[in-house]
Design a protein around this ligand. Structure first.
Ligand code: KG4
Ligand code: ZN
Length: 328
């Protein structure tokens, strides 16, 4: 079974081909970062227009690289949501048109299911059940993944997502877009003992998180004009890491999940990775990170999520998006 995956939920055009037996055959990613950088954030209309231009050439490129003809495919899978509506619509339209032309089904999958299944792109021995820490620009969630399609949302940020907090704080520090990686680079030069920012909601029980207050704490610190930007960046990164690590530890304790998966763009952050690895080791639980290029948005994770759903026979007639996690 060979599946073509298409991701267009935000500002990356991702296309990939996956084979049930041979794994990932080819994948391509076009990032629109430069297009949006001058505006300091993603401009939805520009994102949609750019996806339209990139999609078909990227599809041709992966088919050529894999030496596969469209008529040999078994399905086309695309991100049904969540994401920018116009951007999603471009991916859905192209995917459904191609599928119609090739006479094969088109299937929508949930963007977050793509992220949480991304570690399966590697041959690691990971299997269900596991706990997922999903940390991206739009979501910060703890999900108990019991089996394919059986996901329980057990905790989440009640305001900003962790990635959003990284991006907003980077803006306060005068760094470019996207802010997360830029802030992480600056933090590497900072000192740990220069200042300490609050660890939001750690004093309260439960698995919910909050990151919007940290941004205000950074603003207050910067206004004092006594701290170096690199020290503020370091303090911010450490506060986010400590909060995520402790909430994840509580999540492992509550669910007794035998493994931890960390997914989403912020999973590329090296300080967070180190903190989570150390905690998981203390808990005696293996931790799985997708490789950095599959942490951020990409077509490979969407192709894989679709393949898994097809293999399990979990496909709706209309290819309607599947729900990633039911609310508590
Ligand atoms: O999953 P993703 O590519 O897109 C969605 O939000 O779905 O995540 C993007 C987020 C952005 O907020 C970006 O700043 C953040 O991930 N990010 C990072 C790093 N790399 C990406 N944040 C902190 N450190 C990084 N190294
Ligand atoms: Zn994403």
């Amino acid at each position: 079974m060979i599946v073509l995956g298409i991701e267009t939920s935000c500002d990356e055009t991702g296309v990939a081909l996956i084979d049930a037996d041979r794994g990932l055959l080819a994948h391509r990613l076009y990032s629109q970062t430069d297009l949006h950088a001058v505006y300091g954030g993603v401009v939805p209309e520009l994102a949609s227009r750019d996806h339209i231009q990139r999609l078909l050439p990227l599809v041709s490129a992966v088919l050529d690289e894999a030496g596969v003809d469209g008529h040999d495919l078994d399905a086309v899978v695309y991100t049904g949501g969540p994401g920018l509506l116009g951007a999603l619509l471009t991916g859905a339209s192209v995917a459904r048109s191609l599928a119609w032309g090739w006479g094969i089904p088109a299937l929508a999958v949930h963007h977050l299911e793509g992220h949480l299944l991304a570690p399966f792109l590697e041959d690691t021995g990971l299997d269900f059940p596991f706990l997922v820490l999903q940390v991206s620009g739009g979501h910060t969630q703890l999900i108990h993944a019991r089996a394919l399609g059986d996901y329980d949302l057990i905790g989440e940020s009640i305001d900003d997502a962790a990635g959003e907090a990284f991006d907003k704080t980077a803006k306060l520090l005068g760094l470019g877009y996207p802010g997360g990686p830029a802030l992480a680079r600056l933090a590497e030069q900072g000192r740990s003992d220069a200042l300490r920012l609050p660890r939001p909601m750690l004093d309260r029980p439960g698995l919910d998180m909050s990151f919007s207050g940290l941004k205000t704490a950074v603003l207050t610190a910067l206004k004092k004009q006594v701290y170096r930007p690199e020290d503020v960046a370091r303090a911010f990164e450490e506060a986010v890491t400590d909060t995520l690590v402790e909430k994840t530890r509580r999540g492992l304790e509550q669910t007794e999940a035998p493994a931890l998966v960390v997914a989403g763009g912020v999973a590329a952050n090296t300080t967070l990775r180190a903190g989570l690895k150390a905690m998981a080791q203390r808990q005696g639980v293996p931790v799985y990170f997708p490789r950095p290029e599959f942490c951020t948005d990409n077509g490979a994770m969407i192709a894989l999520a679709g393949l898994r759903r097809l293999q399990a026979g979990q496909v709706t007639e209309t290819g309607a998006p599947v729900v990633a996690a039911r609310a508590r």
